[in-house]
Design a protein around this ligand. Structure first.
Ligand code: HEM
Length: 458
């Protein structure tokens, strides 16, 4: 463990709101952005707070403090246990809920398909899935762009997880997951996930009852698929499910079915909900700012070979547009909380065991000293400067950094390039779109209304 040696200097006193935990929780649920901004303005970029059901926390938007947390010995913190609110969504064996050796082992197993050559092999699938999804758009008819980005990202992750994306079973799975996640499509319904005391099964007419019922249907399909592959080894391929079925631990034991089910849910959920909302934001920003769209189209129009997906993913302005989207419209406001296992000194403060550090993506990404005019969408910032991983961290950091970050970036760039090179779209939103809670993530309110102006031939 790397707890800093105690110094003789007097310790700084940490400040933060004094209201009871219930009041702070309600403010954070009802006004998530405002309450963070107000507290940061009043108490600075390291402040304390309380939330019902959680240990007292320390909110961080100070890059130096975030660096210390991300680079500390991971054994100093407990992270998985603090993520208990996602248990109903992902299951108790999910990577997100693991710590220590178990976490490291599972992460190592699940990482390869989301990086390097294996990831790049999904390039054509992403482009084809996108083309299919947008084929039904009709000229001058409006549509909600998030609905399509969700369909694309869900189909892509289903393919990565199962190696197949056709057939009745997969269509049912896609339909069920979409309907299941839609249960929490409003800020009010999202409270069910944040507040465990609301989680009562009062039948199908209540959100929680429907949530449990649909979750069971999804689990049934996953169990059936696991069973079928276990009994038919010839069905095993390069996909993530096959990988989990083939792996053995040090004692030669395979993964249990419940473990596999929960990791499948983690990939299916983590792998599409965030990407879908980030993509919807990207379409919104590109079409709100004609100068951004013009520059982007100039870059895309110069592509000679659209089948070279690696070259598309390296385009500088497209990459900057994606990076700026993830800065200005983060779909997760914080990383996971890091709960201290022993006393620790950091930035002149002494923290007791049990304190939970919460690196705040939203507040850090809006720091005026790092991002001048933070409310303006300016991709150029990412061409002019390289930000440190403690100033810019849409995917978190340290040993918990998003497992699918490279995959998500690759997918976002290919979907944008495919759509923008094939159709001309118009934004139909009359007012600036705001961010609203959707389950445990944030999404553009209303999903971004657009229409098709014309089809373009490449
Ligand atoms: C734009 C899209 C995405 C965003 C913004 C995002 C963001 C994040 C963030 C902030 C974390 C927490 C990291 C931390 O606490 O340090 C995380 C964790 C995670 N993400 Fe993503 N993510 C995205 C896409 C994906 C995709 C495509 C996958 C596919 C597998 C994925 C799987 C995961 C998993 C499994 C974890 C838990 C990692 C662990 O506990 O070790 N995410 N993500």
């Amino acid at each position: 463990m790397t707890a800093t040696a105690s110094s003789t200097k007097p310790k700084k006193i940490l400040d933060g709101p004094k209201a009871p935990a219930f009041v702070q929780t309600m403010k954070a649920l009802i006004y998530p952005f405002k309450s963070l901004e107000v507290n940061c303005q009043k108490y600075g970029d390291i402040f304390s707070g309380k939330s019902i059901g959680f240990p007292s926390f320390v909110m961080l938007s100070n890059p130096q403090a975030i660096e210390q947390v991300f680079t500390a010995d991971p054994d100093l913190f407990e992270i998985g246990k603090g993520n208990f609110t996602v248990k109903p969504l992902l299951g108790e064996n999910s990577l997100v809920l693991l710590d220590g050796k178990e976490h490291k082992k599972t992460r190592k197993l699940l990482m390869p398909p989301f990086h390097g050559e294996r990831m790049k092999s999904y390039g054509q699938i992403i482009c084809d899935t996108t083309e299919k999804a947008i084929a039904n758009w009709e000229i001058n008819k409006h549509f909600i762009v998030r609905k399509y980005t969700q369909e694309i990202s869900l189909r892509v992750i289903v393919k990565a997880v199962f190696g197949i994306d056709r057939g009745e079973k997969y269509e049912s799975l896609i339909e069920l997951i979409t309907s299941w996640l839609d249960i929490f499509n409003s800020p009010l319904k999202s409270f069910f996930l944040a507040l465990p005391w609301l989680q009562k099964d009062l039948g199908l007419l209540t959100p929680w009852g429907r949530f449990l019922q649909e979750r069971k249907l999804i689990y049934d399909i996953l169990a059936e698929e696991i069973n079928e592959r276990r009994n038919n080894p010839e069905l095993l391929g390069e996909d993530i499910l096959s990988l989990m079925l083939s792996v053995r631990d040090e004692d030669g034991e395979p993964m249990r079915d419940e473990e596999i089910q929960d990791e499948l849910m983690t990939m299916l959920f983590g792998g599409h909900e965030t990407t879908a909302s980030s993509l919807a934001w990207a379409f919104y920003w590109i079409h709100s700012l004609p100068e951004v769209k013009e520059k982007l189209m100039e870059e895309l129009n110069a592509i000679a070979d659209f089948s070279d997906t690696n070259a598309i993913a390296k385009l500088p302005y497209l990459s900057a547009v994606v990076a700026e989207t993830l800065r200005i419209s983060p779909v997760l406001l914080f990383t996971f909380g890091r709960r201290l296992k022993e006393p620790w000194e950091m930035m002149g403060y002494r923290f007791e065991a049990g304190t939970m550090f919460v690196p705040c993506i939203y507040l850090t990404h809006y720091r005026e000293d790092i991002y001048p005019e933070p409310h303006k969408f300016k991709p150029e910032r990412f061409l002019e400067k390289q930000f440190s991983p403690y100033e810019y961290f849409p995917f978190g950091g340290g040993n918990r950094r998003c497992l699918g970050y490279a995959f998500a970036l690759f997918e976002m760039k290919l979907v944008l390039a495919t759509v923008l090179s094939q159709v001309e779209l118009k934004l139909l939103e009359q007012r600036p779109v705001t961010s609203s809670r959707r389950g445990i993530t944030f999404s553009p309110s209303g999903g971004v209304k657009m229409s098709l102006v014309r089809n373009c031939s490449r």
